[in-house]
Design a protein around this ligand. Sequence first.
Ligand SMILES: CC(=O)N[C@@H](CCC[C@H](N)C(=O)O)C(=O)O
Length: 372
Amino acid sequence: MDSLIQIRRDLHQIPELGFQEFKTQKYLLDKIAKLPQQFLEVTTWETGVVVKISGSSPEKTIGWRADIDGLPIIEETGLPFASTHEDNMHACGHDCHMTIALGLVKAFAENQPKHNVIVYFQPAEEGPGGAEPMLNWLKQERPDLLPDEIYALHIAPEYPVGTVATRAGLLFANTSELFIDLKGLGGHAAYPHKTRDMTVAAANLVLQLQTIISRNVNPLDSAVITIGKLTSGTVQNIIAENARLEGTIRTLSADAMNEVKRRIEAVCAGIEASFECSIDIDYGAMYYEVNNTETCANNLLSFAKSFEGCNAVECPPAMTGEDFGYFLKEIPGALFWAGANCDHGLHHAKLSPDENLLAFNVDFVEQFIRNI
Ligand SMILES: CC(=O)N[C@@H](CCC[C@H](N)C(=O)O)C(=O)O
């Protein structure tokens, strides 16, 4: 197999959106096919790949999950191995996640583990969500490929390489996508009184949505509403008949999510009345919170404390979302932040993780799994 860095750079060049990871899947399958096959069983599901490595005297099956999709971001790193898919980028580190998972498959293929190990290359983490349908497929059609415990990592730009940061219990938020379409009445820019201007309505709606966070959510709780995209109208001298808000909601509990949605609907009804328009709300994909199993997270942290060169951190929860939460809802396990030491954050067009994280995490996770 090529070096971890070469693999990461190859994958970085071909980011694909959720459930369109065709080149990525082929790349993964090609790399896996070049490894010793004696202990391996390779299966595909949609654009994902599942690799089972049979243990020598298995008492259980340990799962490792890596997400494989990219984001619709135009890369601005200027790197020689930048994305060749103009509109997409691995701006959330899934190129690194896949590389580490391939490194694990290689390590276990060459040196058989005691327990069975299953590595899940899962599509569509950024949306519309691959974990829940993958888990349903496993339960319904391949229960033999279900693990007893499951783990995953996510790169963390703000921590130095060698950091393993996690906590028992809630690590990542509940999420729901949010798409709001406004329909009014377009017309000539010079005759606003004969129209229902959806640019003005949408601008008001964006501001009013933020009052849900400041005025409706308990200040001792937490929630986020982010409108990441706002579109309206067609041209500079026509009043906009349509507008669309695209965003996401984050909460630390399912109850808070229900309450935020109830208020979004009330605020939208108010906008409909005040701007004489109609509004359609679509919540898109929802992800269950990432709730680390106490024993698994604590074992991971104490192993990290004993691992040479590792900076073990007990970290606070974050408002990030991860559909890995669906695995943890049903299977004991934990997710950790893996230090990636870079100036730009996740989902930034200049994200450039320190590639030293690859070798460190292959080694760390391999030893952790062998020690379970
Ligand atoms: C780790 C990470 O960045 N995950 C994404 C998950 C997105 C879920 C969904 N598309 C949404 O926006 O709600 C994140 O944005 O936290």
